[in-house]
Write a protein that binds this ligand. Structure first.
Ligand code: PMP
Length: 406
């Protein structure tokens, strides 16, 4: 018996399934298709150094505590980002968060009680599953297909649920999802909004990858679809969508700068929750981010990232088509950092993982992305960090591993 009496959520803590792969990463010669880390070669170090120097010239502001909502200059810049994505919003609609991860945590604190039902598109981002478990939510896995969240299947699920089992929240990554890389169609975005209003659940739209598009065909955020729907109904009404985004994948995760756009009542409560969480996101990081966005280098940096990630994605998917053939199925992503792979049931998932590690290539086994009923014959591959040459080698190694695991 421990002296410490831990809360039920932390009685038997399970660390992140992805972080558990870290020991393998330090093996000499290992090529990792595992982590969702952006490529360090794409960090605009020069632009960020200039922005950091600039941040230090803002008097003591960047070194002092700041408003919990975020610095006015950064909120202004982030509102402009949202407008460029199709969301109508002002600086006052933006709450700066310490990464978008914090935004989700704040929402759980203000909207979810233990025992509440939360729908999660599945397979799902593992930290979302973990945060929901810590909050004591009952997770209802909701299926996805090649076009993202399967909204028709969601509707059937909602129709069948008794009223007291209805979800409070639904979590989705509509743009180039983690882990599936899929893009939710415009029709599904509108239908999702209608279902949210009909059944009374909040849609958490987590959008860290939307800027990393490989084509210019990208629907506006679900948040914007809700604004358009509410307007077409003749009134403004309360937007059932909460929009989360981040500079982690486009500028640098080390900044720990994300943001939330939501109805004022939600934003106010998340702000109060954040007051007891970290008081404010690092004013120094915010000043660097604001100054970087003001510098005008962002668009160019994002365009360079999109072009490079597209090359890497093509190296991976072309290589797999050539070397793995019909042993695997996947949807070629139109953006982001990930490919979701399902493989032949005749292949033993554990043998495959062991053979891959032995061949010096690593991926995240699919079971990390399920709250229940995992499809073990699946995996997530990230093409963000390794370069094209490494990706080609990684595919050769994966092919060897598949041959051994058959
Ligand atoms: N949501 C998703 C879907 C992610 O993939 C990630 C990062 N892996 C996050 C949120 C967290 O991002 P941030 O660095 O902004 O906290």
């Amino acid at each position: 018996m421990s002296f410490f009496r831990f809360t039920p959520a932390f009685a038997n803590p399970q660390g992140s399934p992805i972080r558990e792969l870290f020991p393998y990463l330090s093996r000499p010669g290992m090529i990792s298709l595992a982590g969702g880390y952006p490529s360090p070669s794409l960090f605009d170090q020069e632009g960020l150094a200039t922005a950091a120097a600039q941040a230090m010239t803002t008097g003591a502001t960047a070194l002092q505590y700041g408003a919990t909502e975020g610095s006015p200059a950064l909120r202004e810049q982030l509102a402009a980002q949202c407008q460029a994505r199709g969301i109508r919003c002002a600086a006052s609609d933006v709450l700066v968060t310490t990464g978008s991860q914090q935004g989700f945590d704040l929402l759980l604190r203000v909207l979810v009680q233990p025992g509440d039902v939360v729908c999660v598109e599945t397979p799902a981002y593992p930290a979302t599953i973990a945060a929901l478990r810590q909050a004591g939510a009952r997770i209802l896995s909701t299926p996805v297909d090649g076009d993202g969240l399967n909204v028709d299947a969601l509707q059937v699920l909602l129709e069948e649920l008794p009223a007291h089992e209805r979800p409070r929240l639904l979590y989705t990554v509509p743009n180039f999802s983690n882990p599936c890389g899929t893009l939710l169609t415009q029709d599904r975005r509108t239908k999702l909004v209608q279902l949210a209003l009909q059944y009374g659940f909040v849609v958490v739209e987590d959008d860290p990858y939307g800027e990393l598009a490989f084509t210019d065909q990208r629907p506006a955020p679900v948040y914007a679809a809700a604004q358009a729907w509410l307007q077409a109904q003749g009134g403004e009404g309360e937007n059932p969508v909460v929009y989360l985004s981040s500079l982690s994948k486009t500028v640098a995760p080390g900044l720990r700068v994300g943001w939330m756009v939501a109805d004022p009542a939600v934003l106010r409560r998340c702000t109060v929750a954040k007051q007891t969480n970290d008081l404010c996101t690092s004013p120094l990081a915010q000043a660097v981010a604001a100054s970087y966005l003001q510098s005008g280098r962002y668009a160019q940096a994002v365009a360079a990232a999109c072009a490079e990630y597209r090359r890497r994605m093509q190296a991976l998917t072309n290589g797999m088509k050539a070397k793995l053939g019909n042993l695997v199925q996947f949807v070629q992503p139109a953006g982001g950092m990930f490919v979701w792979l399902t493989f032949d049931k005749g292949i033993d998932p554990q043998k495959l993982f062991d053979a891959a590690v032995a061949a010096n290539v690593i991926f995240v086994p699919g079971k990390a992305f399920y709250a229940d009923n995992a499809d073990l014959h699946s995996m997530r591959l990230s093409f963000a960090a390794p370069d094209v040459v490494q990706i080609e080698q990684a595919v050769e190694r994966l092919a060897q591993a598949f041959a051994q695991a058959r």
